[in-house]
Design a binder for this molecule. Structure first.
Ligand code: F6R
Length: 638
């Protein structure tokens, strides 16, 4: 099915009937981006043959990066020329000079324009440096320029968690035009890692309006990763509202959402498939439907009756199994009950048939993969504590140094302590150390507020984070039990990259492969499977996955020999029906986890509050009719 030609929109299938904007679900962002790029290439070429230009509206952020890479490849390897392309970018931060490392101007140069042959004069990006009293005029000029170019043939969009397209935050009207806007709190938080702290993120931006975007001939909005799933559903299936500017695309005759699997998980056809057609009622589908029913009706499993199933649209489940509600309820109750285990490494010496983890071997070699050093503690700090307590050999592997998260102030403090020690004579013969501290201070000063850290500074920031991770581990049982290991592998992709622009390399996979081979785990805990593909979490997961496949595809299956559990750290938490191991936490353990997280100085408020998410999971289990726990950490099998 063509992406750019949405003529099929009017013929939605039964499955898609809740979707008011055409939505195509792809196996991966890479596949969707390559396909879109080749359709755009065909458009550029056919226009060229007609002697005409193509006017493209472009977006920044992590979402379009794979699409731009695919365009660059087509230019370099297949001779695609951009000479007849005119571009208009959606937006720019207000107050950032063009060469600021986070300006959208810089971004577009790095990610696309410096690698293809778009004529300089054809590139248009809103100017974030105009004085306040000329903003209005310059926005009108931008509108006029688009019009003079013949209007946008194709507008590429991403979507923010507020539902914004461009920077059209909640409250933007359908007919809004290019203007200055105040950025939403959520949007600024999402940009915090790029700017090394939310305080540094600009408060306003210049953006094309919703009306400007809707005038485009065709519109393609891309969304990747689980954190976008909810807003994609709201924009595609919900009411049209100025609180979600992407919902206005429902009014456009040729708009298409391209999403990967993780971003599609909240669409009705994916989440509640029995509402849009017939399904195969296997155990997992049954569990999913009964959890949904219980939550929808706010009734615990064991109180659901036949009529509840029928009235909510899940009558087919009872009919197809010829069971009464009573039996189905009990089966699902037991299945969910069996996910609960205080023995995440398996309970030795007991029948393990209905336990999430096998009893033997015991103790186990447990590998906990933490993409950034804090991830493992955010996602499974309580479980680490239990694993250690229960005598397993736990190795927390921090896959990246995470140094981009550490503030300049932290590096500065360290350097000040060292130079003061040298000065006060406590550190006698500390000439070399004093010189090092001086170099750090100088480098921080030279790079300015947003400059790129030189290697020396990145290294120090990474070491600071290592210290924090060791402190957190010691709170999660390492100190008490005097066992456990924290390993730092500093995967290379991270050391030379920036947020939103990372990509996996062969050395990363090799490094993970060496680690797996040397540690030979009995169980692995990993995260990042549903993350934004350009995030360190997703790339670390891809490195692990490729390494795993390389080893076990050669050596044969390790089924039963090594279990792999997935946890969530910064991403959308697992939903009740997805959980395959629920590790309960006592109030004391929840407090231990919070203490461990406080060791990390660079976490956001939301990340510090991870224990609250664990409380929410416990509440949802409680509402299903399971035992009441203080908090639960949740896992899914890979
Ligand atoms: C950027 C833009 C924004 C982004 C959105 C998603 O030019 O217009 O609407 O598309 O904030 O950002 P990412 O792709 O980084 O998740």
């Amino acid at each position: 099915m063509s992406i750019l030609d949405a003529a099929g929109k009017k013929q939605l299938t039964q499955q898609e009937r809740f979707e008011k904007t055409r939505t195509l679900v792809y196996g991966s962002s890479a596949k969707a981006s390559t396909e879109l790029a080749s359709e755009v290439a065909a458009l550029i070429r056919s226009r060229k043959e007609e002697g005409k230009n193509v006017v493209l509206g472009l977006a920044t952020g992590s979402t379009p990066v794979p699409f731009y890479r695919a365009l660059i490849r087509l230019h370099k390897e297949e001779g695609l020329s951009f000479e007849n392309v005119i571009t208009f970018n959606l937006d720019e931060y207000y107050g950032l000079v063009r060469d600021h490392p986070e300006s959208y101007y810089r971004f577009m140069r790095d990610q696309l324009f410096d690698h293809v042959d778009v004529p300089e004069a054809n590139i248009n990006i809103p100017d974030g440096t105009v004085s306040l009293d000329t903003v209005y005029e310059s926005c009108l000029d931008y509108e006029k320029k688009i019009e003079d170019a013949g209007g946008l043939d194709l507008q590429i969009l991403g979507i923010g968690r507020t539902g914004h397209i461009g920077f059209n935050e909640p409250g933007s009207t359908e007919d809004s035009i290019t203007r200055m806007i105040t950025l939403d709190r959520v949007t600024r938080q999402d940009a915090a890692a790029d700017f090394m702290g939310v305080a540094n993120v600009p408060r306003s931006a210049i953006t094309m309006g919703v009306g400007t975007i809707l005038k485009a001939e065709r519109i393609v909005l891309m969304a990747w990763g689980g954190n976008k799933a909810e807003i994609v559903r709201d924009a595609v299936e919900g009411e049209i509202t100025d609180q979600i500017s992407a919902s206005f695309l429902q009014n456009h005759p040729n708009a298409t959402f391209l999403v990967d699997q993780a971003a599609s998980t909240r669409l009705t056809r994916v989440r509640y498939p029995w509402l849009v057609g017939s399904v195969d009622w296997d155990d997992s589908m049954t569990k999913r439907a009964v959890v949904w029913l219980s939550q929808k009706l706010e009734k615990p499993f064991l109180k659901l009756v036949d009529e509840d199933y029928n009235e909510a649209g899940a009558g087919e489940l009872l009919a197809s199994t010829s069971h009464e509600a009573y039996q189905v309820n009990i089966d699902v109750f037991n299945a969910v009950q069996h996910t609960i285990s205080g023995w995440p490494g398996g309970k030795p010496g007991v029948d393990d048939e209905n336990r999430p983890e096998r009893a033997e071997p015991n103790p186990k070699n447990v590998l906990v993969l933490s993409p950034e050093p804090s991830d493992a503690f955010i996602g499974m700090g309580g479980t680490i504590d239990r694993l250690i307590d229960q005598g397993h050999n736990v190795n927390i592997v921090c896959q990246t140094s995470g140094n981009l998260r550490v503030s300049d102030a932290a590096a500065h403090n360290f350097a000040s302590v060292v130079s003061e020690m040298a000065e006060t004579g406590i550190g006698e013969g500390w000439d070399a150390q004093a010189k090092y501290a001086g170099e750090i201070q100088q480098a921080l000063e030279d790079k300015g507020e947003f400059g790129v850290d030189p290697d020396l500074v990145r290294k120090l920031k990474g070491l600071i984070l290592r210290g924090e991770a060791r402190d957190a581990a010691s709170i999660c049982g390492y100190q008490r039990k005097k066992v456990g290991k924290v390993t730092f592998v500093d995967l290379p992709f991270y050391e030379t990259g920036r947020y939103r622009r990372f990509h996996l390399r062969q050395e990363d996979v090799d490094s993970m492969q060496a680690l797996l081979q040397s540690f030979s785990p009995d169980s692995v805990f990993a995260t990042g499977d549903a993350s934004d593909p350009s995030s360190p979490q997703a790339i670390c997961f891809a490195a692990f996955r490729q390494a795993w496949q390389k080893i076990y595809d050669c050596e044969g299956s390790r089924d039963g020999e090594c279990s792999v559990w997935l946890y969530r750290s910064r991403d959308q938490p697992l939903e009740s029906h997805e959980i395959e191991m629920a590790v309960p936490m006592s109030p004391d353990q929840a407090a231990i986890k919070s203490d461990a997280l406080r060791k990390f100085n660079s976490l956001s408020e939301q990340e510090y509050n991870a224990a609250q998410r664990n409380r929410d999971i416990a509440i949802s289990y409680d509402h299903l009719g399971m035992a009441q726990y203080e908090a639960i950490e949740a896992f899914r099998r890979w």
